[in-house]
Design a protein around this ligand. Sequence first.
Ligand code: SAH
Ligand code: SF4
Ligand code: F3S
Length: 434
Amino acid sequence: MKNNVYIETYGCQMNFADTELVMGILKSKGFDVAKEIDSADIILLNTCSIRDNAEQKIHSRLEHLKGVKRSNPNAVIGILGCMAERLRTDLIEEKKIVDLVVGPDEYRRLPEFIDAAYGGEKGIGVKLSRTETYNDITPYREDGLSAWISVMRGCDKFCTFCVVPFTRGRERSRSLESIVTEVAQLSDRNFKEVTLLGQNVNSYNDNEKDFSDLLVSCAVAAPEMRIRFSTSHPQDLSDKLLYTIAEHKNLCNYIHLPVQSGSNIILEKMNRTYTIEHYLDIIDKARKIISGVSFSTDIIAGFPTETEEDHKMTLDVMRKVRYDGAYMFKYSPRDGTKAYEMGDDVAEEIKAKRLNEIIDLQQQISWQINQELIGSEDTILIEGTSKKSDDFLAGRTDTNKICIIPRNEEIKIGDYVRVKINRTTSATLFGDLI
Ligand code: SAH
Ligand code: SF4
Ligand code: F3S
């Protein structure tokens, strides 16, 4: 039986969670996980379309896989995820080596498509669904410390630059009960951290139950676990959510709140549906309600019509908020989106220059914030040995910062330990056990 599956995952955490879902589906039908590509009968790429460079990576990966297919002509090669949804039959027509193209809402049919592919048939499943949440499917997860759970799928926001509403379809939430059960199971397996995922978790809705209700249920079901979540859209972030985070110790004091731009003119063209004033109000309120809360963000440089003045406003917001971290991107036009029709009128060099200024500023801010932590104490969750040296252990603070401490034989992975910070860089804290 040819049933070893190798999956490579690209893109956001939701794609990584989907890969576990796909393996859950395939395992229940008798397929197995291949650890190495060479021992695989089926090679799947779970892809991302968010920016052009994400898609280019897959195109070059497929070039490379031509060699694999030459040495193993029976191998089935499939494209999953957002690129499958966006490019559909084009992928099969242009790339002779691709046998199946399956979008995010059709993963239940994968076993059927793989069987057909063995019979030489190309498989395409790219229908989007208004209801599919894979509620009843248990994702396949190796043992570990940290897990992701998608609590909702799709997105209804239609930011004008973004492909996600087209590749993932309409927004829909999983049932609260099924999520809480999964969290409790992870807790029983000794997982110590879970991140609840959605493109816009703040609009989670399961009959009358909102995202704050979901967080409380998870926090109570697994008091030993840290509960994180991503992503929050500023429009739907409620006071109730802030008070909920403040009240429960195991709900992490860390909010990823993408701002995208500091200019109201650009925010409006992006259809972000908030003003910078509203955004800054949320930050102020959160800081009052949740002591020690930290923020990260996403920023796009060079959106159509962005002027030097707009760009300066973005830098200005970064200085006002002082983010702990940021994901920063050059605008990438995506065919089919509203922004695509606005043209791509900021020259590449200007985009690059602005992006560099944003990155430099963020690095200064992160460095300063971390410097201010020297001498303070915190609790970290030990994740493993430091990547750079076996003599050190790496852990993470509630606020999502990596902290390195000297190795100590009494400390195990998964322990919570108190540390005092004694040295920092812009990306890492160094501490000693208290
Ligand atoms: N749902 C999340 C973001 C998902 S995509 C949210 O709304 O915050 C992650 C990030 O990719 C976005 O926040 C945005 O900063 C960036 N992004 C999305 N489309 C992009 C594009 N066309 N060009 C450049 N960056 C983009
Ligand atoms: Fe894209 Fe906006 Fe939805 Fe985020 S909220 S996934 S940026 S459309
Ligand atoms: Fe990419 Fe799709 Fe996630 S476009 S960022 S994999 S939702």
